[in-house]
Design a protein around this ligand. Structure first.
Ligand code: COA
Length: 272
């Protein structure tokens, strides 16, 4: 049995800073630089962008779990060694690459679950905020400590954090650079769930498997509609919903889902 499971797991070896395990329908993408608490250097950002393209194109993958290597950190921020050498142009380019990556994640037609297994600081907190859910280990700590380094967040933190937790709470975190524990992050809405550290991956896997059983076109469209709606007013968001509701009515998945219900059987969605 173990062998059968191992055979089905496809591990991609083409990354220096990531581990990508594809056990369809779920992929686990691990940012894997534990010696520096998975700090995001430029090479890691580039690899993440490539990995998400690869996962978007893989028809067997329906849900992605993003986590950090080792047992201490999800991601402890941008790599401060690289940051220290940035001039104005370098800083702008670095920020833009991170911002582009996070938009790619939000635009990906598959859910991404952040399994926050430790420190999620600076760019780590920002990358988690671009995921569809944040599930934190009870040992996790989150924060935006950039002001302690004399800079501001550069991967969208000044924008996504207030949208998630409200302006006052966001400014408090952004002005102080304080780290907060998982239970406080849950209270303010920065994470969606807190679970015991030992059960984090199993919990995320169960959620990912459940989502993967649903119609993939429908799940992708829900993600698009929610993200679109967060940036426009209610009537524009509802117009978007009307159109895409109609579009999905032309899909094979819609016929399969409705017929399966009527025939009292489990649907077999194909994503068409
Ligand atoms: N960039 C580069 N290296 C980092 C890093 C980062 N963002 N975060 C941690 N590291 C490195 C440390 O320099 C250390 O390397 P060393 O073993 O060669 O000295 C290693 O990771 C372990 O970190 P350490 O600080 O010894 O662990 P700790 O448990 O004492 O503290 C943190 C953990 C997360 C509180 C602390 O590492 C920290 O504050 N990191 C920076 C967080 C930050 O400001 N991020 C935003 C960047 S914009």
């Amino acid at each position: 049995m173990m062998d059968a499971v191992a055979e089905e797991t496809k591990t991609t070896m083409a990354y220096d800073n990531l581990k990508l395990e594809r056990q369809a329908p779920v992929a686990v993408l691990t940012i894997d630089r534990p010696k520096v608490l998975n700090a995001l250097n430029d090479a890691t950002i580039a690899e993440l962008s490539r990995a998400f393209d690869e996962l978007a194109a893989d028809p067997d993958i329906r849900c992605i779990i993003l986590t950090g290597g080792g047992d201490k950190a999800f991601v402890a921020g941008a790599d401060i060694g690289e940051l220290a050498r940035c001039d104005v142009q370098g800083g702008i380019a670095k920020s833009k690459r991170g911002i582009d990556l996070l938009f790619k994640m939000e635009g990906l037609p598959k859910p991404i679950i952040a399994a926050i297994n430790g420190f999620a600081l600076g760019g780590g907190c920002e990358i988690a905020m671009a995921c569809d859910f944040r599930i934190a280990a009870d040992t996790a700590q989150l924060g935006q400590p950039e002001v302690t380094l004399g800079i501001i967040p550069g991967y969208g933190g000044t924008q996504r954090l207030p949208r998630l937790v409200g302006a006052g709470t966001a400014k408090k975190l952004l002005f102080t650079g304080d780290r907060i524990k998982a239970d406080e992050a849950l209270r303010i809405g920065l994470v969606d769930e807190v679970v015991p550290a030992a059960g984090l991956m199993e919990h995320c896997q169960k959620l990912a498997q459940r989502i993967s059983e649903r119609g993939p076109l429908a799940v992708a469209t829900v993600k698009k509609a929610v993200n679109f709606g967060l940036n426009v007013d209610l009537p524009a968001g509802c117009e978007y919903e009307i159109t895409h509701f109609g579009v999905l009515c032309a899909s094979e998945d819609q016929k399969e889902g409705c017929n399966a219900f009527l025939e009292k059987r489990k649907p077999g969605f194909t994503g068409r």
